[in-house]
Design a protein around this ligand. Structure first.
Ligand SMILES: Nc1ncnc2c1ncn2[C@@H]1O[C@H](COP(=O)(O)OP(=O)(O)OP(=O)(O)O)[C@@H](O)[C@H]1O
Ligand SMILES: [Mg+2]
Length: 234
């Protein structure tokens, strides 16, 4: 099976930093597979997500070696809008991703930028909202929803671009147990649909939905089967 996202000998150091956060990292995630990455705070997990999603080098720069292939194509050669149709990323704080006055407008934003026909945009919004179980909140103001619901709106907005790869960067960390359950159910569903998933996590109960768990430590990504390192907030 060919991987939907691959990192090949990926190394990275931010400009003005001495530390090589990623040191010849290799990773391949297949369709229908969820891979979790754990590691201490500040070790470079979000930086890995930025590299996988092209935010590095398109937004943040530094010394980058090796490559990331998205569906066989190097992300550094793709534009961010091109990448967004193949890969979606959900961050820890949904408020950084939500800026519209209605859920519907929020979900329309990405597809509108792709200049998709109105009926297609409408169909995608309906389908994404059904998937995350928020069809009844289509006209709601995201600011008036719970943290869990806002995170589901952020995920639905990503789903509207129909990506084959999804990255969750500690997307459950601000959610209550009900919100976590809903995101975990969504991850299982996305796996069943053949998406490739990378999830940054530190809560053991959230790792249940992952097929493999890797540890990022000292720039290396290695199989992890032991006790989680002490999680520190930062
Ligand atoms: N845009 C940036 N420019 C320069 N340095 C950065 C940038 N983003 C992060 N860093 C630094 O890189 C290191 C790794 O940060 P990163 O956010 O990748 O860690 P993390 O493992 O995701 O941590 P956490 O568990 O707290 O989310 C930190 O020392 C951080 O200060
Ligand atoms: Mg992080």
């Amino acid at each position: 099976m060919s991987a939907l996202i691959t990192a090949k000998d990926l190394s990275f150091r931010y400009d003005k930093s001495e530390r090589r956060l990623l040191d010849r990292v290799n990773l391949a995630v297949n369709a229908g597979e969820a891979v979790a990455v754990v590691g201490l705070s500040g070790v470079g997990k979000s930086t890995l997500c930025y590299c996988l999603s092209g935010i590095i080098p398109h937004v943040y720069q530094g010394e980058l070696e090796g490559e990331v292939l998205l569906d066989g194509m190097p992300v550094k050669a793709m534009s961010l809008p091109q990448i967004a149709t193949k890969l979606g990323i959900v961050f820890q704080n949904p408020d950084h991703q939500l800026f519209s006055f209605t859920v519907e407008d929020e979900l329309a934003f990405g597809p509108e930028n792709l200049c998709l026909p109105r009926e297609e945009i409408d169909a995608r919004i309906t389908s994404a909202l059904e998937k995350v179980g928020l069809a009844h909140l289509r006209l709601a103001n995201p600011q008036q929803l719970s943290g869990g619901q806002r995170q589901l709106v952020a995920l639905a907005a990503v789903l509207c671009l129909q990506p084959s790869v999804l990255i969750f960067d500690e997307a459950m960390s601000q959610l209550d147990s009900d919100g976590k359950k809903r995101i975990k159910e969504m991850i299982l569903r996305l796996k069943a649909e053949g998406k490739a998933i990378v999830m940054i996590e530190h809560e053991p109960e959230n790792l249940e939905v992952a097929d493999r768990v890797l540890l990022l430590a000292e720039g290396k990504l290695v199989p992890f089967a032991g006790v989680l390192p002490e999680a520190t907030e930062g």
